[in-house]
Ligand binder design. Structure first.
Ligand code: IMP
Ligand code: MG
Length: 179
């Protein structure tokens, strides 16, 4: 694998497709065990999580449902810290076991907002799964119940994650290259 240029930045290989799938398999095995007989509802945070969610759901071995929500706090390569929009959340959530699916948790601003919104909906339980987690950037106090991999505070693209709209289609994950 080699470096690639997206807009004005250069990215280098970070996590190969096979390594990503190992993480996905581990997470789906754990969830299938933890949620057996609970028929969980996955709330997938668009846009970035769509590929992770598609792979994760296909590996689930228990009954489960899926819905999409959209909220965004990002512009460029650093979090703007403000929520721009929220769409979705139209279903009945009362007494449901909810699993929020994120591609990556950075500052935690996006998720904190979603968790606050969900508190009003009287769900039976609400947990968070994220493929990637940047502990150094995290500013909040809630728990990431299922974190696939902890990564340094560097900007990444690929496997659903974008840099100003581009890079979501990459099979592997790339990290920004300073040199
Ligand atoms: P937070 O609100 O700061 O936690 O940011 C969460 C959202 O920002 C994620 O769901 C991603 O869509 C996006 N994001 C955070 N870090 C990165 C990154 O390194 N590359 C691409 N998108 C990112
Ligand atoms: Mg996202």
């Amino acid at each position: 694998m080699q470096k690639l240029k997206i807009h004005d930045k250069v990215f280098k290989p970070y996590l190969k497709e096979e390594a990503i799938m190992e993480i996905v398999n581990r997470l789906s095995t754990k969830l299938s065990k933890d949620y057996a007989d609970k028929s969980p509802l996955f709330l997938v945070v668009l846009n970035g999580s769509f590929i992770f969610a598609a792979d994760l759901l296909r590996k689930m071995t228990i009954e489960c449902e899926l819905s999409f929500v959209k909220l965004s706090s990002y512009s460029g390569t650093s979090s703007s810290g403000s929520i721009k929009q929220l769409i979705g959340l139209n279903e009945e959530l009362v007494d449901r076991h909810l699993i929020i699916v994120e591609d990556i948790v950075d500052t935690g601003t996006t998720l904190e907002y979603l968790l606050q919104e969900l508190q009003k909906r009287k769900a039976a339980s609400v947990k968070v799964i994220s493929l990637l987690f940047k502990p150094e950037a995290f500013k909040k106090s809630f728990t990431i119940d299922y974190a696939g991999l902890e990564i340094p505070n560097d900007f990444i693209v690929g496997y659903g994650l974008d840099y100003n709209g581009l890079g979501r289609n990459l099979k592997d994950i790339y990290v920004i290259s300073e040199d």
